[in-house]
Design a protein around this ligand. Structure first.
Ligand SMILES: Cc1ncc(COP(=O)(O)O)c(C=O)c1O
Length: 484
């Protein structure tokens, strides 16, 4: 099935003949063979990658769209006459119908019952999280519980919780796999008072380590009087989220991470019962059925509209349905199979890279196998003396090979700090002179420690050649020193 050739192979330090590597890969991961359809799609729908010689390995940053997604969306816009929804004129009604159709399809895609759940369109996952943060009825005696492994937009909810007097508790991660400490979690879940508001928040898949935290925690937490907020932003692009099997109270999603296009639209999938608990701190155009200046009062619109401030991104919302249907036609399980085969091979090969003195080139942050993890592979490179290469410099060097990786902490400071071994003491100094420290000075305060790592993430259009080229790139650092 592997028909591509390494047209620029002279640029890479060849560790293994590409065809031999592919044969060995197929023997180790035979189910890859069943995903040949994705090679066809790569050739027909993601042609720009090979045409431009790009190795795109930043799918957790954002997925890539198929060419037909754009064509179908443009055809819809070219044919239609669409006005701003929220009115009863013809063109407004036509648009409203498409927005509502997309909303229904999101539920269908995630197998969520419309009796149980509703979809609120937001700008992105962050927008969905802010909606929850500002309207969850935190108060003294209430709890916000979360894992160290969380995106900053989940961490940020703690500021709402804290300012309203709720207790914020973090569950640490256990080295080296960086999974959450389940015994601490179980203990913490038992501390909730059933008459209080208790919110437990975690990502289904880490955007830093690729760890998949158990979805079984949802029921466990709910049985202990917690509402559960599941961040599904980095899980859903390559995994099936079945909301008839799992019933979190809140789920946040950014569509561009699943379908590449459009950007600027995410959603909150919320249980109708949980939505009733939310208290919006304000109202705006689009969210009310009636408001009065004279009477100083308003009625919030029931349902999703009460949470969608102003005009939704109405022309783009139909592209969400187009994109999700595209993924549905391919099959999310097929994408998952392929990504996990490639992830397993990539991890094996990166970990096998050694300097002549026997020292490993790579340190992996996260599970060294494919058990309960996704296709996000986070590493740092070390030289033969054990000195770390700067991940930002590596990112730039990868650019020279047209390989897109991502360096940094990926908005996940808790996973970063656990992975890189930062102590509370290390970090408290950074905040001692918070108002006067510049970013440059801040970096010097934590001198000697890197602030990030290098992330590769795989997705719908990744093929063997992509990960092979990344391994070749990594291998070119064998026996190179940081100083050199
Ligand atoms: C796990 C996770 N949660 C939340 C977000 C925030 O997504 P957005 O920037 O689209 O709001 C991201 C983005 O990378 C993410 O990976």
């Amino acid at each position: 099935m592997f028909s591509h050739t390494l047209s620029q192979s002279h640029q890479y330090t060849v560790l293994d003949d590409q065809d031999a590597a592919f044969e060995a890969f197929l023997q180790a991961y035979p189910s890859y063979d069943s995903t040949w359809k994705l090679d066809e799609l790569r050739a027909n729908e993601y042609t720009r990658l090979d045409r431009q010689g790009h190795v795109y390995l930043d799918y957790t940053g954002g997925s890539l769209y198929a060419e037909s997604q754009l064509r179908d969306h443009m055809a819809l816009l070219n044919e239609g006459i669409f006005g701003n929804p929220h009115s009863k004129n013809l063109t407004s009604l036509a648009m409203t119908q498409l927005v509502e159709q997309a909303r229904d399809y999101v539920l269908e895609y995630f197998n969520a019952s419309p009796d149980e759940y509703m979809v609120i369109f937001t700008q992105n996952s962050t927008g969905a999280l802010k909606l929850i943060g500002e309207s969850y009825p935190f108060g003294p005696g209430d709890n916000y519980l979360l894992t160290f492994d969380n995106h900053n937009s989940m961490n940020g909810i703690r500021e709402f919780a804290r300012s309203k007097g709720a207790t914020v508790t973090y569950i640490p991660l256990i080295f080296p796999d960086l999974r959450a400490d389940e015994s601490q979690l179980t203990q913490a879940l038992k501390t909730a008072h059933p008459d209080k508001h208790n919110l437990f928040a975690y990502p289904a898949q880490s955007n830093f380590t690729g760890v998949q935290h158990p979805l079984e925690w949802i029921e466990l937490a709910q049985a202990n009087s917690w509402d559960v907020l599941l961040d599904a932003a980095s899980f859903t692009p390559t995994n099936r989220l079945d909301l008839s099997r799992w019933h979190p109270d809140f789920v946040v999603i950014s569509f561009y991470k699943i379908i590449g296009y459009p950007t600027g639209i995410g959603c909150l999938i919320v249980k109708k019962t949980a939505a009733q608990k939310l208290r919006r701190p304000w109202y705006s155009g689009g969210t009310i059925t009636f408001s009065s200046v004279v009477a100083f009062n308003h009625y919030l619109t029931p349902g999703p509209a009460g949470f969608e401030d102003g005009t939704v991104n109405y022309l783009s919302i139909p592209a969400v349905e187009i994109g999700l249907k595209w993924i549905e036609a391919i099959g999310i399980d097929l994408i998952h199979t392929r990504v996990m085969c490639l992830t397993g091979w990539l991890i094996d090969r990166l970990l096998a890279l050694r300097h002549s003195n026997g020292r490993p080139l790579i340190r992996l942050y996260g599970p060294p196998n494919t058990r309960m993890r996704g296709g996000t592979i986070q590493v740092n490179f070390f030289d033969p003396n054990g000195q770390m290469f700067d991940c930002y410099a590596l990112e730039k060097l990868a650019n020279e090979q047209r390989i897109s990786l991502r360096a940094g902490c990926h908005c996940n400071p808790g996973a970063r700090e656990s992975a890189l071994g930062f102590t509370q003491e290390d970090l408290e100094v950074c905040f001692r002179d918070k108002d006067h420290l510049t970013y440059g000075q801040f970096l010097r305060v934590i001198d000697g420690k890197t602030t990030g790592a290098l992330r590769a993430s795989l997705g719908v259009a990744t093929n063997f050649l992509d990960v092979y080229k990344y391994v070749q790139f990594a291998g070119s650092f064998i026996d190179r020193t940081v100083a050199a």
